[in-house]
Design a protein. Structure first.
Length: 422
């Protein structure tokens, strides 16, 4: 019995020993598995950290690209507008906001509400791409082109509008057309003037002899009327020749603000006598140009006198000089290329049908006018490589704008090419 107990105890001890050994083996395996899991967890953490760093880098790069593209978009000299399929604006850059004159008040508005000039001619802006379509907005001549952009499966259709300020280009084209027409008119006018002046001299001579002839009491009176008419015609011919003969400009550097001050000091008594209120704004900095100061004074005085004649007493006359960059935009960061001289009045304004003709020789809206003043203004500004344009103000009045290139910053005054006399 005792032996059986000892055998049972040995078996139990053997089982316990084997169980402990199995437990130890299992424990070692669990420890090994834990170590493996721990290492795997560390690897996963390292991979996650790397992925996070990569993701952060990608997001940072995307943010930099987005910021870079936004900076480019905001610094474009062209306006950019993006509309959805419903025609409502989704994006507009700063230049387009400036063109619209509404600032940032464009969200979810129709593009036709922001730029009314685009809705002319019945154009469907959401489906019809535009190519160099011009329209006037806030005193600027704008040119717009558009393209259709489809996203995803094509259900989301957007339209991209690119808007350029072509005011200067339009004025340049108008000046060129005008100059071509003037060249032909000048040649014709010079020929006609010389053809008429020769017989006029003979008529005046014989009229003078008629005044001295005795016998007929009415002869002197008739001769006087003949001579007066001849002198009137001769005066018109002199004006005509003044238009055809362009003077040789005596060029030097001219400070445009000082030139305006000199002309205003001369015109001040007339302005005060007509009880006209005057406002003057000068460009900051040093708006130097290269030109003939006397000819330019003649231009400005002509514009001021025209403005005074167009206004009733107690009207308002405005003069402004400002530095502008390419395309007519206001100066930014010293990028000015031109100076603009603007003369405004509160008269009745130029009739819409006459705006394009007021620089034509012999065209006038004033009774008794010769119609050569603005034609000569055109010739003088053209001689200086500048632009001149006229606009009718909304609500009445006229805006005359002269654009002249700034003098070269280095090298002193530069010579202008001699004008071509037709």
């Amino acid at each position: 019995m005792e032996e059986k107990r000892e055998q049972a105890a040995d078996r139990e001890a053997t089982w316990l020993k084997r169980s402990f050994e199995d437990f130890n083996i299992a424990t070692e395996r669990m420890q090994e598995a834990f170590v493996g899991l721990e290492q795997r967890f560390k690897l996963i953490n390292l991979e996650l950290e790397q992925k996070n760093r990569e993701l952060e880098r990608v997001l940072d790069e995307k943010e930099k690209i987005r910021s870079y593209l936004e900076t480019i978009l905001e610094n474009l000299t062209s306006g950019v507008v993006v509309t959805g399929s419903d025609g409502r604006i989704r994006l507009m850059n700063g230049r387009a906001e400036k063109f619209s004159g509404r600032g940032e008040k464009w969200h979810e508005m129709l593009i036709g509400e922001i730029f009314p000039g685009l809705e002319n001619d019945g154009i469907n802006l959401s489906v019809e791409p535009l190519q160099a379509f011009r329209f006037r907005e806030n005193g600027r001549m704008l040119e717009v082109s558009s393209s259709i952009m489809k996203q995803g499966n094509g259900s989301d259709v957007e339209t991209i509008f690119v808007i350029r300020d072509v005011t200067r280009l339009a004025r340049l084209e108008e000046m060129e057309k005008r100059s071509e027409k003037f060249a032909a008119l000048e040649e014709m006018a010079a020929t006609i003037a010389h053809e008429i002046r020769n017989p006029l001299g003979g008529i005046e001579l014989f009229a003078s002899l008629l005044m001295k002839e005795p016998g007929n009491e009415r002869s002197p009176d008739r001769a006087y009327e003949i001579i007066k008419a001849v002198k009137h015609v001769n005066n018109r011919i002199s004006n005509l020749l003044l238009f055809t003969k362009r003077p040789q400009p005596l060029t030097k550097k001219v400070h445009i603000n000082h030139l305006v001050e000199e002309v205003l000091s001369f015109a001040a008594p007339i302005i005060e006598n007509e009880r006209i209120s005057l406002s003057v704004e000068y460009a900051e900095g040093e708006p130097w140009i290269t030109g003939d100061s006397e000819l330019l004074k003649q231009v400005l005085l002509n514009l001021i006198l025209n403005a005074l004649q167009a206004m009733p007493r107690e009207g308002r006359l405005g003069l402004e000089t400002r530095l502008i960059a390419s395309g007519g935009a206001a100066e930014q960061d010293g990028n000015a290329r031109d100076v603009e001289l603007i003369v405004t009045d509160t008269g009745e304004g130029i009739p819409s049908e006459s705006v394009k003709r007021i620089f034509d020789p012999f065209f006038t809206t004033r009774e008794g006018g010769v119609g050569l003043g603005l034609a000569i203004v055109h010739n003088i500004i053209d001689m200086h490589g500048g632009l001149v344009a006229a606009e009718r103000r909304d609500g009445g009045g006229t805006v005359m704008a002269i654009t002249l290139p700034l003098a070269e910053p280095a090298g002193g005054p530069h010579e202008m090419p001699p004008p071509q006399v037709e």
